[in-house]
Design a protein around this ligand. Structure first.
Ligand code: ADP
Ligand code: MG
Length: 701
């Protein structure tokens, strides 16, 4: 339960004057993304301005430059309402100062309130953009008109906020300032020395500096006020993740014992030697398995860096120690593909492996589940079907999660809770910048696969307009005659799976007359059996061109494929293009990637395609992607900004996130149950930034 002393922060905006139920809905939409949720003061206080309007220029009419936003002091001379029944003529008010005359122009208004607001003969401060109409100063719809007495209420520096229908900037600003009335001052949760060193203001002062700024400099993301709040948010997030981590870790793990026979058998059976990175990652994993803390490890490696092998050996170790292992993939196709790719090896060394997906028949599923429960299966590969209640392992020792960013934190925890002391290994292919690792995975231990397997040839990447399709087809004809295998990826159409499929189908139909049985089609609407057959014909049969939707985006592994055609490449994100390209260049033959685009290209699309031509380095590409599209897209979550963050920004506040990680770790080390003197204030912080779910993990929440 949220402590009462935070009530002034969580009070509904409807408690403020002038915010009725309808307005509250508009605020709810803006601040919480849902009209049904209650808009609370803290939501508004953490709604950050994006710029300011500076109306501090107070000059005379004659000297104000054209188009400037200005605040002028004038005397009202005359009201000129439009002729009755003709509202195309604006309502005009004439006024003057010592230097010139001013016309205030209003369209579509009823004059009554204007007469009350600006009686003839009185002095008013008027603020707005001044324009000259045939030389005569004019302000259309002034932003503010106030009396001399009320001058202090006129915001000379006015913050500008992201808005939504039903909430004007002026109203938002007014409501914002009202929010500060009666806010309780909270005990400081940040370390005093840190605040002094960084010259950071207190929480409320920081909020005030941003919402009632004295100048543009206050809104800069590097300003002390902004950084203070960004750090608050980072610390709340890292503290919550540390609490979760601590909770998982303290649930006793098992110090596993095995002598490495299975692993050696696998290595002996491989046609290649492990890369240095693979060996190092395996060593990290084995060190984790051998101690009694639970493993929480992220294996990060670019496409084709060989993560599956690391997972398989981890599984072998755990199986040899007497427990079961599981591996979860994001799609049915990938789960089956993983199964196919490890089955041969598993059979050879005596690991009993099985696959379970949502598409299995009831009978198959029943048999698999029974075998799993009896311990007759050592290694189970599957999709999210593995989460289902009915899935009971005899003793799940290791959960491997592949391409993890497609799964939520909850699913991840659900899987690891299937076992008593399940160790967790997460594999991500998208090279995620460090800041995002921290925000999404928390403080996991990380092993990086930096080396590519030996003998990989660089992939030649070219761009080509769609008009040159004919040329491409001729070249494909030559290449396939020499035995080449090619993926042909059709684009995402407006995020509609049906249309995606149509595009792929049409391309398939148009290639069919030219290539006959050499073309194969695969898309998300096919049954898993159909997909499996299509993949098989491409992998081992006589199909050489696989027309596909993005179902092949992740994980598909056909080392003989050497050509990747991506149609309408301009519609794909960088990370996605990189993933797709990673499907080729896996064997020892030279590979190429052709990015077909439809011109004319926008600047960002152009930059993306250039980036693809310039580098194959997944980390460089991820950084560029972050720059070009915002963090949400790097993870494929399609949100803008860092998901779950309102103040901090992944690029600009990297240093703060790192600092927060260290501090959070220290706090939890010294006070794991958050009971110490600073703890109460830190709990407030978790509530304010809505990271309080983690508090429930504590003994006395
Ligand atoms: P990732 O999942 O990291 O994209 P995979 O594990 O699917 O990569 O491996 C890609 C391909 O490289 C597979 O065909 C795999 O058998 C092969 N491979 C893995 N490790 C090595 C290695 N050390 N040397 C050569 N090939 C390897
Ligand atoms: Mg993989």
């Amino acid at each position: 339960m949220r402590p009462n002393h935070l009530n002034s922060y969580f009070a509904s905006l409807t408690s403020l004057k002038g915010v009725g139920p309808k307005m509250a809905q508009a605020f709810a939409k803006l601040l919480r993304g849902d009209v049904l949720l209650e808009p609370r003061r803290i939501d508004l206080l953490l709604h950050m301005p994006v710029s300011v309007i500076d109306r501090s220029l107070q000059s005379s009419l004659a000297t104000t430059p054209e188009g400037a936003i200005v605040t002028v002091k004038v005397t009202i001379d005359k009201h000129l309402p439009p002729p009755r029944g003709n509202n195309r003529v604006p309502y005009r008010i004439l006024a003057h100062d010592d230097t010139d005359e001013l016309t205030l122009t209003y369209f579509h208004v009823k004059g009554g309130y204007l007469e009350r607001q600006m009686p003839v003969g009185e002095v008013r401060f008027v603020s707005g953009r001044l324009e000259r109409f045939q030389g005569a100063p004019q302000i259309t719809h002034p932003d503010y008109v106030v009396t001399e007495d009320d001058f202090a209420t006129l915001p000379l520096i006015e913050p500008v906020y992201p808005l939504t229908a039903g909430v004007s900037g002026k109203l938002l600003h007014k409501t914002m300032l009202a929010c500060f009335d009666g806010l309780d001052v909270l005990p400081e949760w940040q370390d005093r020395t840190l605040l002094d060193r960084e010259r950071w203001p207190d929480f409320i002062d920081a909020l005030h500096a941003l919402h009632a700024p004295l100048g543009l400099a206050d809104l800069n993301h590097e300003s002390p006020a902004y950084r203070r709040l960004a750090y608050d948010e980072c610390l709340a997030s890292q503290l919550a993740l540390s609490l979760v981590r601590n909770n998982v870790k303290k649930a006793a793990g098992i110090a596993r014992r095995w002598d490495g026979r299975l692993k050696q058998a696998i290595i002996d059976a491989l046609p290649f030697t492990l890369t240095g990175s693979q060996q190092a990652a395996i060593a990290d994993v084995e060190a984790d398995l051998a101690v009694s803390e639970r493993m929480l490890r992220l294996v990060q490696g670019d496409v084709g860096s060989g993560k599956t092998m690391v997972a398989l050996i981890a599984a072998a170790d755990v199986i040899e120690s007497g427990s079961q292992a599981s591996m979860m993939a994001p799609t049915d196709l990938l789960a089956r593909q993983h199964y196919q790719s490890v089955k041969g090896l598993c059979d050879k060394v005596g690991i009993r492996v099985a696959v379970l997906t949502g598409k299995d028949t009831a009978a198959t599923k029943r048999d698999t589940l029974a075998a799993l429960h009896n311990g007759d299966i050592d290694f189970l590969i599957g999709t999210h079907a593995l989460f289902q209640q009915s899935v009971n392992f005899a003793d799940l020792g290791l959960a491997v999660v592949d391409e993890q960013h497609r799964f939520g934190v909850h699913q991840r925890l659900a899987l690891s809770s299937k076992g008593q002391a399940t160790d967790l290994l997460v594999m991500t292919a998208t090279p995620i910048p460090r800041t995002l690792v921290l925000t999404h995975y928390g403080d996991m231990d990380v092993s990086l696969l930096t080396e590519k397997p030996a003998g990989r040839k660089p992939i030649e990447t070219r761009t080509m307009t769609l008009e040159r399709l004919g040329e491409l087809v001729t070249r494909l004809d030559q290449a396939t005659a020499q035995g080449a295998k090619c993926y042909w990826v059709c684009p995402l159409v407006e995020e509609s799976e049906v249309l995606d499929v149509t595009a792929a189908q049409e391309r398939y139909e148009s290639l069919k007359p030219l290539f006959g049985h050499k073309v194969e089609l695969i898309h998300g609407r096919m049954s898993s059996e159909e997909k499996r057959l299509a993949m098989e014909r491409f992998k081992d049969g006589d199909a050489q061109i696989l027309v596909a939707t993005t179902v092949i985006e992740v994980g598909v592994d056909v080392p003989e494929a050497t050509i990747m055609v991506i149609e309408h490449a301009e519609r794909f994100g960088l990370a996605q293009l990189h993933q797709l390209r990673g499907r080729v260049g896996r064997g020892d033959k030279a590979s190429s990637c052709i990015l077909l685009f439809q011109g004319p290209l926008g600047t960002i699309a152009k930059e993306r395609l250039n980036m693809m031509r310039e580098t194959e380095d997944g980390f460089k590409i991820a950084e560029a992607d972050l720059r070009l599209r915002g963090e949400g897209d790097v993870l494929g979550t399609k949100q803008s900004g860092m998901p779950g963050f309102r103040v901090a920004n992944a690029e600009e506040h990297k240093d703060l996130m790192e600092m927060a990680r260290k501090e959070a770790r220290l706090i939890i080390e010294m006070d794991p149950e958050l009971q110490g003197p600073r703890a109460k204030a830190l709990r407030d912080l978790l509530y304010l930034f809505e990271r309080d779910a983690a508090i429930r993990l504590l003994k006395s929440g």
